[in-house]
Ligand binder design. Sequence first.
Ligand code: ASP
Length: 324
Amino acid sequence: MKKIVVILTGGTIAMKIDPTLGAAIPSPIADELMNNVKAHIKGVYIEEREIFNIPSPHVDHEKMILIRDEVIKALNEEETIGVIVTHGTDTLEETAYYLDITIDNKKPIVVTGAMRNASELGYDGALNLTASIATCLNEESVGLGTLVVMNNEVHSAAQVTKTNTLSVNTFKSPEFGPLGIIDNDEVLYYRRERSINKCIIDCLEPKIALLKMASGIEGDIIDFYIDNNYKGIVIEALGRGNVPPKTVPSIKRAIDNKIPVVMVSRCSTGRVLGSYGYKGGGRELFSIGVINGGALPGQKVRIALMALIAANKNNSEIEEFFKI
Ligand code: ASP
């Protein structure tokens, strides 16, 4: 019988309020969640595998690799028609993007979670998991790469981001919107995403820095990364891709030290480009060898750079990866 494998990793979807703390903590609720969902699903076997139960701020590169290993193992089982990963929402977009760029398989991979824990009224865990199963069952999901399903919307892993700290409607694709919706257990797709570049590698380089620019920032933090053996730096620059001028000598020093520096914008949407020619403007940055990261948010570029550097890619290969 065809099956969908649900890989449970933790997050609010697997939390309850601890009465002493009065705050949510990981809890053994997998059986309750899975029984509720299975009671609702017909015609496909659902198999769960809990690999850990941790909040997503505890997910590091080693945990991401473990998740990827489990996803690939499940995809390679012949009866599997789709794989779902349940995950904390704080870093869900990073793990989803990581799976997207490092796995080349047409079977749907869906990452989901919950914004309300199992002690709260309106717990959205069973709803999001059921919608994820509907997404795996839909033939149009085949070949779309890794998807994120939350609040009855289907998003591409490359586009989606968490936009609100509390709302169940927090996951959005700010530039182009969701790929589709789930209505009454049926998935309706409205658009397709262009295929994204892959970097198939089973390890990650953890020493990649992510730095957000702000008015008046100087180069000292960049010098710290250079002096502490960082292997790559992602800069979320200002606007169209500009930085305060006092950071430029340190950016140049990083590049001279063979540390790739990839630039995106701290704006929530839009590409960076060398539109400005003043000191610290994009034109100067690209002329000294800064790599254009396009329209991705810094946290996803960092994941990509962790994979690209682990795969020993050179600067022009890194540049090629970020071109759409
Ligand atoms: N802090 C939680 C986590 O990421 C939030 C959630 O899962 O919604 O694990």
